[in-house]
Ligand binder design. Structure first.
Ligand code: SAM
Ligand code: SF4
Length: 198
């Protein structure tokens, strides 16, 4: 099976000022916003996965290092601030934030919270906004989930895939069927305050 290379493909360069064509902004005034933040890192690649993910800690292109796990949150915060400039001062309510991957929970919980805080600062979040991160079962523990909850996340999408060990093995998953369940019958309160999907 062919695997994705651990380097970014060269693509069309983004305009330096991030400007969008007028057609993309037409009719946008007052329309609610949803943010998708992609975190492309994974500990290992699952054979069936078609998503844009990499196991390297640093992603390189022809211009050198383009993104590293260590400063990835900072890079996304810069993008969020750029989005504010590009979209202008038109107040647009953010109703959903979804951090997907890859495995976003390979980053420190504080990194995910920092990215959410930048959206809150720049755009403002609706009071009942749904704020989700994807997570691999083996990549979080109660302390990590509590830190996310305290920072404003209220939903977790766990990639469980199967409750059968032999199926998980075929899929190259590194967790066990038991891992998606909380270790204790009474999970830490902050984590249980989140809604989950698998
Ligand atoms: C891209 S993953 C990111 C979250 C996390 N790393 C995980 O494995 O769950 C999100 C979900 O996409 C699904 N997925 C991955 N590869 C897929 C494929 N080729 N076709 C359909 N769904 C896929 C998996 O079920 C996975 O839970
Ligand atoms: S952990 Fe998730 S995103 Fe990463 S390769 Fe596996 S299915 Fe894809």
């Amino acid at each position: 099976m062919e695997h994705m290379p651990s380097a970014l493909p060269d693509g069309e360069p983004v305009p330096a000022d991030g400007a969008l064509p007028a057609s993309a902004l037409a009719g946008a005034t007052g329309r609610p916003l949803g943010f998708y933040l992609h975190v492309p890192y994974c500990a290992t690649r699952c054979g069936y996965c078609d998503f844009n993910t990499y196991t390297a800690t640093e992603l390189r292109g022809s211009g050198g290092v383009l993104a590293s796990r260590d400063n990835y949150a900072e890079t996304l915060v810069d993008e969020i601030r750029l989005a504010r400039k590009v979209l202008g001062d038109d107040p647009r309510e953010v109703r959903t934030v979804f951090v997907g991957g890859g495995t976003p929970t390979l980053l420190a919980a504080g990194d995910l919270v920092r990215m959410l805080a930048a959206i809150r600062e720049e755009f403002g979040l609706a009071p009942d906004a749904e704020v989700t991160t994807e997570a691999n079962p083996e990549s979080v523990d109660p302390a990590y989930l509590a830190a996310l909850r305290a920072g404003g996340f209220n939903r977790i999408s766990f990639g469980m895939q199967s409750a059968r060990q032999h199926v998980l093995k075929v899929l190259d998953r590194t967790h066990t069927p038991a891992a998606p369940r909380p270790a204790s019958p009474r999970p830490a309160r902050p984590a249980s305050a989140m809604s989950t999907s698998t």
